[in-house]
Design a protein around this ligand. Structure first.
Ligand SMILES: CC(C)(COP(=O)(O)OP(=O)(O)OC[C@H]1O[C@@H](n2cnc3c(N)ncnc32)[C@H](O)[C@@H]1OP(=O)(O)O)[C@@H](O)C(=O)NCCC(=O)NCCS
Length: 178
């Protein structure tokens, strides 16, 4: 887990509300469980549910190989981004990322800000690359990833079975950090 500290100053959403970014600590676990428990079906439409306590326990184990960034609106966790470093010598510095923003604060600039901060932290940790995959129809997410420098690298055909009972393609994206 990153020991890098980040500024305590709030960042301002497009609607004027202030949100604080921080790296994850053990006492944040319940807040994270609550955030995912209150995500709307629409917000996780392109995700891989269930986002239950067991999943969050897995995400918050093996902290040495992760950067976990959270965003707080007052006391409530409303954003979660995670980078996982693949612990294999032949994947040195190669990482994978995902991000979830609660529906109450989506489309207000928070995802973009968290991505930028995560890239800074990944560079400070000396990571080489961040990769991710995203459902091709998740246009907002792809927009954000491209805005912060990720490139489309390929298409995995029909790997995601949606709530519409159809298969969707996923876009593989990556950012080289050095
Ligand atoms: C995708 C997600 C991380 C983006 O974070 P966010 O805080 O909502 O996004 P931001 O407000 O920072 O930026 C959204 C950008 O996309 C644009 N956008 C919004 N809807 C869009 C759409 N349907 N198509 C294309 N662009 C869109 C916005 O205009 C904005 O761009 P701008 O800042 O240049 O105006 C967030 O919405 C989320 O968590 N969604 C649900 C979970 C998810 O899909 N996670 C990703 C799984 S890979």
């Amino acid at each position: 887990m990153s020991s890098v500290s980040i500024s305590d100053a709030p960042v301002t959403l497009k609607d004027g509300r202030g949100v604080r970014l921080a790296t994850y600590r053990d006492e944040d676990k319940e807040g994270l469980v609550s955030m995912y428990a209150s995500m709307s079906p629409e917000a996780i439409k392109w995700g891989l549910p269930p986002y239950d306590r067991a999943r969050i326990e897995r995400w918050t184990s093996d902290l040495t190989n992760r950067i976990i960034l959270i965003a707080r609106l007052e006391e409530r966790i409303v954003g979660h981004l995670q980078i996982f470093r693949i612990p294999d010598e032949r994947r040195k510095g190669v990482t994978e990322l995902f991000i979830y923003i609660h529906q109450d604060v989506q489309n207000l600039g928070l995802g973009t800000m968290m991505m930028k901060k995560a890239i800074e932290l990944a560079k400070e940790r000396g990571f080489h690359r961040i990769g991710l995959s995203v459902v091709a129809d998740n246009h907002r997410a792809i927009n954000v990833y491209q805005k912060v420098g990720f490139k489309k690298e390929g298409i995995a055909r029909e790997t995601f079975f949606g709530e519409d009972n159809r298969y969707h393609d996923e876009v593989e994206m990556g950012l080289l950090l050095r």
